[in-house]
Design a protein around this ligand. Structure first.
Ligand SMILES: Cc1cc2nc3c(=O)[nH]c(=O)nc-3n(C[C@H](O)[C@H](O)[C@H](O)COP(=O)(O)OP(=O)(O)OC[C@H]3O[C@@H](n4cnc5c(N)ncnc54)[C@H](O)[C@@H]3O)c2cc1C
Length: 380
């Protein structure tokens, strides 16, 4: 047993855990962070160069107050770290008027008075000539949308946490944790540590690390594609991020490929995953997957279905209702849990760090998180 005593141990230093470690250390807590891989690695859910950030939240307007706080914290993180952790490009949310993407974005914008513009297909084509929506499609344009850069964000939070005195250990796998007296003991492949509180941010490893926690999480393999522009096509780099919902309800989304081919685009399907586990995920991207993506891109942003330059896999951790799990553990007083981010968590990373620091230090938070209560999902 290590003789150093900590206030809080953070298990998993990916998107959420790195933010929690920073916010806890910033409040003067003695923090130990434990991560099985390297800083800002590509084996979990927080890699691949870019993540959409937006406020007109079609998933549920209840997320908007958290997004408004997250945006403040994105700006703070950027100025504290000196890193371009996010960039505002504007965002186009395209689909038929009845699509979730368009109508849900409009609902959230109206409910929270978020600045937005509505464009018909011809107006989209005129303002953003790279796009070619169908005549019956509409778009909501949100000027505040853009993207975050996951690797830079994780590294910024880790650096700032260390600057504030956190001890961060990489290449160390947590094997288990248990309540002990008025605290918690954590055992790894290298040692045993004690702390008053533990914050568990396991990403796709939730089914393993939270075995006795009856929240059903399904892990899914997702694929990211980087395509170059076809000859003669204007570069995509100064375009907005987009989410497009086709008539079949399937959503695809894209960004300027900042870390890929010049003028190219990074695109993916939103929810077209294959169930997997972190141990069994197929990391090879197959030609038929590349072709399916190119043919979809051709419909929305013709000319950006150019050569496939790179592709990568990543994991979603889906809850049955696709809302997050953020709470004190229902059966373990000194344990806080953040998991099940269901493919849309990254834009919330800074505010989740703040919420986890609130929960670990005070047991409660002023942020609205009832939507994320695990008891809604627990099967008895
Ligand atoms: C392809 C793709 C596209 C996405 N696009 C968007 C988007 O555009 N916008 C958006 O908001 N969100 C998006 N998301 C979702 C978002 O990226 C995730 O919700 C978020 O990154 C989850 O963070 P996390 O901290 O839960 O997981 P992770 O970042 O994976 O962190 C979990 C960490 O725990 C560590 N760990 C696990 N087990 C152990 C152990 N036993 N011991 C020690 N360490 C351990 C892991 O190594 C890992 O580092 C996307 C996700 C993917 C995969």
């Amino acid at each position: 047993m290590s003789h150093v005593s900590y206030d809080v141990i953070v298990i998993g230093l990916g998107g959420m855990g790195s933010a929690a470690a920073f916010h806890l250390a910033d409040r003067g807590q003695r923090v130990l962070g434990l991560e099985k891989f390297t800083p800002a690695h590509d084996k979990g859910s927080s890699h691949g160069g870019s993540r959409i950030i937006r406020q007109s939240y079609f998933e549920d307007p209840a997320y908007v107050p958290l997004l408004l706080r997250s945006y403040e914290l994105w700006d703070e993180l950027r100025s504290m770290s000196g890193k371009e952790v996010h960039r505002i490009t504007g965002g186009l949310f395209l689909g038929r008027e009845s699509s979730v993407t368009f109508s849900g974005s409009l609902l959230a914008s109206r409910q929270w008075s978020l600045p937005h513009e509505i464009l018909d297909a011809a107006q989209v084509r005129e303002a953003f000539p790279t796009f070619d929506p169908d005549p019956d499609e509409m778009a909501l344009f949100e000027a505040a949308a853009g993207f975050a850069r996951p690797e830079l964000t994780v590294q910024a939070h880790l650096d700032l946490a260390e600057n504030r005195g956190a001890t961060l250990q990489f290449g160390e796998t947590v094997l288990g944790w248990e309540e002990a007296g008025d605290g918690v003991t954590v055992t790894t492949d290298k040692g045993t540590y004690a702390a008053g509180q533990v914050v568990i941010c396991p990403g796709a490893w939730a089914p393993q690390l939270l075995e006795q926690f009856a929240v059903p999480i399904v892990v899914e393999r997702q694929v990211l594609h980087w395509f170059g522009a076809s000859a003669g096509t204007a570069a995509y780099e100064n375009n907005p991020i987009f989410i497009h919902e086709a008539a079949d309800g399937m959503q695809d989304y894209g960004f300027p490929a900042i870390d890929g081919p010049d003028g190219g685009v990074k695109v993916a399907f939103f929810r077209k995953g294959i169930e997997c586990t972190p141990d069994t995920i197929d990391r090879t991207v197959h030609p038929h997957e590349i072709e399916a993506m190119q043919s979809r891109v051709r419909q929305t942003v013709p000319g950006l279905d150019g050569p496939s330059v790179h592709s990568a896999t990543c994991m979603y951790s889906n809850t049955p209702d696709e809302h997050f799990v953020i709470a004190r553990h229902p059966d373990a007083t000194n344990v806080t849990v953040a998991c099940g981010f269901s493919g849309h968590g990254f834009k919330f990373v800074p505010v989740v760090g703040e919420i986890l620091a609130d929960l670990a230090t005070t047991g409660t938070t002023a942020h609205p998180i009832t939507l994320f209560d695990p008891r809604r999902l627990v099967t008895v």
